[in-house]
Ligand binder design. Structure first.
Ligand code: G3P
Ligand code: CA
Length: 244
């Protein structure tokens, strides 16, 4: 069961910061999830939103700020004063600075395709190809990644929006992805069985700060992993079930 710390241990620490990722690793969790945006000077930074407003003390689109401007922002005090001076990490910092080196689900949030080669170069420069998965809701990005890095595992983040399970599975396969990732509320045992039959892994998203009820339902459905803001709770549930 892949216990993937969503934006790090984000229920307790400021999301997508080195602190949040390191705290997840200190639990013994091996997987983290992060979001990538690009700056005005084409640098990759770890941030969920297209603007810096919600998660920093600044305002405006991250794509209109230089790296220097983004790094000057405080990415901690939006959560609590005790987190003052947390910074927005660069992708390189997350690839290089965490100990132990995590397995990483990278979500491509930025607009357009131009930054995809830079993402792959950063992963290769860090020697992190074997511990990295790329995901996106922007599904046309996935075949672009595949064309440049055929060995890179790909996760299709899907919003079912009324589609039948077999259509979601076909979409995922056609994109060249190995993992189908619907919102947890769209997952049932039948979906998991059909996806597995088609040779796909199943990963759930949308669990947020669920305290264990939905995590348990996901495990009952047979998913292969999930992102969670509470990797501590999922770790306990996994151990209780004797899973690895
Ligand atoms: O794992 C996918 C999940 O991160 C998608 O939602 O909005 O948190 O990026 P979001
Ligand atoms: Ca994400």
């Amino acid at each position: 069961m892949l216990n993937i710390a969503h934006r790090g241990f984000s229920a307790q620490y400021p999301e997508n910061t080195i602190l949040s990722f390191q705290k997840a690793l200190e639990l013994g969790v091996t997987w983290i999830e992060l979001d990538l945006q690009t700056t005005a000077d084409d640098q990759l930074v770890v941030m969920h939103d297209a603007t810096v407003d919600r998660t920093t003390d600044g305002t405006g689109p991250v794509s209109e700020k230089t790296l220097e401007e983004v790094l000057a922002l405080d990415a901690g005090i939006h959560r609590d004063e005790v987190f003052r001076n947390q910074r927005v990490p660069t992708f390189d910092q997350v690839l290089d600075q965490l100990d132990p080196a995590p397995r990483i689900v990278v979500e491509l949030k930025f607009f357009g395709f131009d930054a995809i080669p830079r993402v792959l170069d950063a992963i290769a420069s860090a020697g992190a190809q074997s511990r990295t998965v790329i995901s996106s809701f922007d599904l046309p990005k996935l075949p672009r990644v595949k064309a440049l890095a055929p060995e890179m595992p790909l996760t299709a983040l899907l919003k079912a929006e009324g589609r039948e399970t077999q259509e979601l599975i076909s979409m995922t396969i056609d994109l060249g992805a190995d993992t189908i990732a619907p919102r947890c509320s769209d997952i049932d045992r039948s979906l998991v069985e059909q996806a597995h039959h088609a040779g796909l892994l199943v990963r759930a998203w949308g669990l947020g700060r669920d305290q264990g009820e939905e995590m348990s339902r996901m495990m009952d459905c047979g998913v292969d992993g999930m992102t969670t803001d509470r990797p501590d709770i999922l770790q306990r549930l996994v151990r209780e079930r004797g899973l690895t």
